[in-house]
Design a protein around this ligand. Structure first.
Ligand code: C2E
Ligand code: MG
Ligand code: MG
Length: 755
């Protein structure tokens, strides 16, 4: 419409211009008139155009306001158009909701609604226009559903005339934002509260936190950790941290860092691990033990790797550990290591020696007659002596060795030999000199010395413990001797071990009745008849092998098993002889071998008598073969004991005569009935005239004293002939019969009795 009007004016203006131009060429008077008309028309047209423009302008602006109202209506944010006299108000639906106006409702008084709105902004309605224009105001309103709405309002002037000004106000709802802010504040508050609770728990639990993000060489430290480390800042570099560690623990920390760095590379989450180290807050301050419980490659909130852990003060636990270790590994009296500690450290030394090819010595020592100090000076002085002795040992074990008290007055030293074979000997020598200088305040103890034995590590045992046991074993071999000193000898040890193994086997053998008696005939040289038998014991193993009595009788003597064996022999031999007599063979004398241990038994007479009664054998058919070792004992007691046995009626023979210590004159004192000339004379009797002379003399002297003689080990007729010529009564040897089973012997007796 507006466009058409302007077109019409422009067309009219063009026609008039054409007419004027054509008139100018034809008639000048008309041209004059036309020019005037043209001017007048132009003035009229211009006036009309001005009027038209004004009209157009006023029409055009009213259309814009309508368009704005339309736009406002379509806005989904609250908006309103209003006049400063508060009489006109246009609101959109979003605004209606805020002002609490329902869809079908009459909006009501615009002035009242605007006042409500301006009051919510904290502005007086009268000055609203002035204050709001070009500014942003916030308000809090309750909407139709009585929900709190937070809105920021922006106002601008749309139109102004003399009567009133038109304003446009648009609201931007910040309700969600404010709510978010509120919840954020609440969250921040709860976070702060939780953080302070967390910090409090850490403080109460005494836990410091160390965290290290990514590859930065820095630990972020919690409040508690700051105190542990003596730092003010919230972070500490690895290097600063390392400086605060005990020098011995720094290596541990370096290892930890290396591990941590490599684990960061492969990004693997490690299992929680624990390190223990000592930290001090500053130089000059004492070190405190901490346990660092950490895990590698945790992830932080942004997904980056984080390494962290908790530091806990464990000094009291360490103190307890030290006390426990002290109790477990230290000797109370001397304050040096005990056996457990020595073995623990010794095994480590053994391992190092093996690895490096070096060697050292374990020396075990025993203070000779230490009980004298306790007995004469009391335990307090005794303890002091032990401490002094330990002190001497420490002097010679230092710097790289160690000393331990094993028990009572038994000590051990571990000394490095540095290739010195004589070191143990020289060390003991020095110790003895120092001991001689130890004063106990008692003259009786000034002469105290020590016995010692030593073994080499690693060659003298498959472990430290074994090497030390070997040294202790060697020391035990010298028990009873003063100032004994001996190095471990594997061959000697093996011999003793075999003995002890045999001892165990022998004890079993007795229980399992593997011991049997064999009988060797004794023959009367004049008649050639069997007049007796020597019972000789045999150990027949289940596999049939026979162990010689020369091997096991000495062991039985050392271990005390001999009395059990002797009792068996006594009973078995008497019973056997009684049985043969019952069968009515010619009665024979049965001989059994008696050791000096058997002989010196207090109730030996009673035992023998008891066996004789039980078996029904008359005493005169039992002969005890004694050895010359009896001569080593108390002569009077020996004679007394022999007399008692003789009174019982049993015969007494001196076995192996000529090999031992006793002289013929000594023999004359003893109530013997038979002398058994040792086989060593008989072997030489044919060739060695001296041997023959001795045998001859012995036989004569024995005869003069009423003692009969028997020769052992007769193996050939020549020997027998000489013995007969020298007047020997009886013979025993392979020539007449080897030791045989009871059954074989019985057959022999049978055969003889049939002659
Ligand atoms: P012994 O009492 O001097 O016994 C004689 C040993 O000489 C026996 O050895 C016997 O077999 C051996 N013998 C006998 N005639 C000959 C011979 O012509 N030539 C050779 N080469 N040897 C002959 P055996 O039985 O081995 O006994 C050895 C020793 O063991 C005995 O020496 C005795 O001291 C001891 N013994 C044997 N049985 C017992 C026993 O029951 N108790 C005790 N305490 N010792 C016993
Ligand atoms: Mg004998
Ligand atoms: Mg003999």
């Amino acid at each position: 419409m507006r466009k058409n009007l302007i077109l019409w004016i422009e067309l009219l203006f063009a026609l008039v211009s054409i007419w004027v131009l054509t008139s100018v060429n034809q008639r000048p008077e008309i041209a004059n008139i036309a020019l005037r008309v043209y001017v007048l028309v132009m003035i009229g047209v211009t006036g009309a155009l001005v009027l038209l423009f004004r009209h157009y302008q006023s029409r055009h602006s009213s259309v814009d306001i309508a368009r704005i109202c339309e736009t406002v209506c379509n806005l989904d944010v609250p908006a309103l158009i209003w006049t400063n006299d508060l009489n006109t108000l246009y609101t959109n639906q979003a605004m209606d909701e805020i002002l609490g106006i329902g869809e079908s409702e009459d909006p009501g008084d615009s002035a009242m609604l605007l006042s409500t709105l301006f009051h919510s902004m904290g502005i007086s309605p009268r000055s609203a226009a002035e204050e709001l224009n070009g500014r942003i105001y916030r308000s809090t309103l309750l909407d139709f559903d009585r929900n709190k709405r937070y809105i920021s309002w922006s106002t601008s002037l749309l139109k102004q005339n003399s009567k009133a000004s038109l304003y446009f106000t648009i609201g931007f709802e910040t309700t969600e934002l404010i709510k978010a802010k509120h919840s954020l504040t609440a969250y921040a508050k709860s976070l702060a509260a939780s953080e302070s609770r967390y910090a409090l728990s850490m403080r109460l639990a005494g836990i410091g936190i160390l965290l290290c993000e990514s590859v930065h060489d820095v630990f972020y430290v919690s409040e508690e950790a700051k105190e542990f480390l003596g730092v003010d800042k919230n972070e500490i570099t690895f290097n600063e941290f390392r400086q605060k560690l005990h020098p011995e623990d720094r290596f541990l920390f370096d290892e930890y860092l290396n591990k941590m760095r490599s684990s960061q590379k492969d990004n693997t989450l490690s299992k929680p691990q624990t390190l223990e180290f000592r930290i001090r807050t500053a130089v000059g301050r004492p070190y405190v033990w901490y346990s660092y419980h950490y895990q590698e490659n945790l992830t932080n909130a942004t997904g980056g790797p984080i390494i962290g852990g908790a530091l806990i003060d464990i000094s009291s636990e360490k103190l307890k550990d030290a006390t426990i270790e002290r109790l477990a590994f230290m000797d109370d009296i001397t304050d040096i290591a005990n056996r457990n500690k020595l073995i623990q450290d010794g095994e480590e030394t053994y391992r190092i020696c093996k690895k490096t090819g070096s060697s050292c010595w374990v020396i075990v020592l025993d203070i000779d007659r230490f009980h004298i100090i306790n007995d004469s000076l009391g335990y307090e002085k005794g303890d002091k002596y032990l401490r002094d002795f330990a002190h001497i040992l420490c002097k010679y074990a230092a710097p790289s060795g160690m000393v331990a008290r094993l028990s009572a007055d038994n000590f051990a030293m571990l000394v490095h030999d540095y290739g010195d074979e004589e070191l143990p000997l020289r060390t003991i020598e020095q110790i003895r000199i120092d001991m001689a200088n130890l004063s106990t305040g008692d003259s009786a103890t000034t002469a105290l010395s020590c016995s010692a034995a030593f073994a080499r590590i690693p060659s003298d045992g498959s472990s430290f413990k074994e090497a030390m046991e070997h040294a202790e074993f060697t020391l035990a071999m010298g028990r009873g001797q003063l100032s004994y000193l001996m190095g471990y000898n594997a061959a000697l040890h093996q011999e003793l071990v075999n003995k002890s193994e045999m001892e165990k086997e022998l004890a079993n053998a007795i229980a399992l009745k593997q011991l049997q008696l064999y009988y060797q005939p004794k023959v009367d040289l004049r008649t050639g008849r069997t007049m007796g038998a020597e019972a000789l014991i045999r150990w027949v193993k289940p596999d049939g092998t026979m162990v010689s009595p020369n091997l096991f009788i000495p062991i039985a003597e050392q271990t005390g098993l001999i009395s059990e064996i002797s009792h068996f022999v006594l009973h078995e031999a008497c019973a056997q002889n009684a049985l043969w007599q019952k069968i009515q063979f010619n009665p024979i004398v049965i001989s059994i071998n008696f050791t000096s241990e058997d002989f010196y038994q207090k109730n030996v007479c009673e035992t023998i008598q008891d066996v004789l009664i039980r078996t029904g054998l008359q005493p005169k058919w039992l002969e005890l073969e004694l050895t010359e070792r009896l001569a080593l004992g108390d002569v009077n007691y020996t004679i007394q004991q022999m007399n008692a046995l003789r009174e019982l009626g049993v015969l007494l023979a001196m076995d192996d005569f000529g090999t031992g210590y006793s002289s013929l004159s000594y023999i004359q004192l003893l109530p013997l009935t038979l002398l058994k000339l040792d086989r060593s004379f008989i072997v030489k009797i044919e060739t060695d005239t001296v041997a023959r002379e001795i045998v001859s003399a012995v036989i004569k002297i024995a005869k003069s004293m009423g003692i009969e003689t028997i020769a052992e080990g007769v193996e050939d007729e020549g020997q027998a002939e000489i013995l007969r010529s020298l007047g020997c009564d009886y013979v025993q040897g392979y020539l007449y019969g080897r030791p045989m089973t009871a059954l074989d012997f019985q057959k022999r007796l049978e055969a003889e009795s049939n002659h």
